[in-house]
Design a protein around this ligand. Structure first.
Ligand code: CDP
Length: 233
């Protein structure tokens, strides 16, 4: 065997289209893990946090505040959603705008959980999120890996694999600081987990993975083991 880790070839076929739901708190490693799995297993990767971030920014720009429900309806009616695929990543477009780094600004970090708590916004995004499974099928992917806060509980409760990534708050704060991002992750977690609609929680029956003491490669390897187990069931 050559130096380095041996990885079995991708074993998924078109017949076994799989849906993987990954939930977890801010900076728990969802995006990196989902990206890693998408490449390893030929899946389409969807980051639903970016949906909430992008709609938050667009709604703020059109003068909507999370406290005033009346403007919200008109604000949402003015949004036309689309999807662009780049490599394994499917990205939302809003009125033909492809979200950029502005959705990771401090303004959005501060506001997104307040918007994400609005039932109207959540139900507005629900069908769009579910429709991404068909987008993945039509574009020849072996499956879909979707990350967020309510994927295993609300969006795809019947997903083939539901993973919940946990990491200690101190570790998560450390990770964000290393990325040079100012983010109130504990505040967001609190708002997300105490909201009435689709609260952030570990779904019953989901596979719980504590990533506090693991590096990224170890997390992707462990998650890959769960995917292989799912495929062999
Ligand atoms: O990357 P990070 O984990 O910090 O957050 P994110 O995944 O980009 O999500 C940003 C925010 O969107 C979260 O704090 C939630 O308020 C909201 N969100 C949600 O409510 N439901 C989802 N499925 C995904 C994100």
């Amino acid at each position: 065997m050559p130096n380095g880790r041996w990885l079995p070839p991708t074993i998924v076929t078109q017949d076994s289209f799989i849906i993987i739901a990954i939930d977890g708190g801010a900076a728990a490693g969802k995006s990196s893990t989902s990206r890693g799995l998408s490449k390893r297993f030929g899946l389409m990767h969807v980051d639903t946090g970016s949906y909430y971030r992008a709609t938050t920014l667009k709604l703020i720009e059109s003068g909507v505040s999370p406290e005033r429900g009346s403007d919200l309806e008109a604000g949402l009616a003015a949004l036309k959603l689309g999807t662009e695929i780049h490599g394994n990543q499917a990205t939302i477009t809003i009125n033909d705008w492809l979200p950029d780094n502005s959705i990771r600004s401090q303004l959005v970090n501060d506001q997104v959980s307040h918007f994400a708590a609005l039932p109207e916004l959540r139900s507005y995004l629900l069908d769009y999120q579910r429709s991404q499974a068909d987008v993945a099928r039509k574009n020849g992917f072996n499956g879909l890996v979707m990350e967020g806060r309510d994927i295993g509980s609300v969006i795809f409760p019947d997903a083939d694999l539901r993973l919940f990534l946990h990491a200690d708050p101190e570790k998560r704060a450390e990770r964000r600081a290393k990325e040079g991002i100012q983010d109130s992750i504990q505040k967001r977690d609190k708002i997300d987990s105490t909201r009435k609609t689709a609260p952030f929680q570990c779904p019953i029956g989901a596979t719980f993975l504590d990533t506090s003491e693991l590096d990224l490669q170890e997390v992707i390897d462990k998650a890959s083991d769960f995917v292989r187990e799912t495929l062999s069931e």
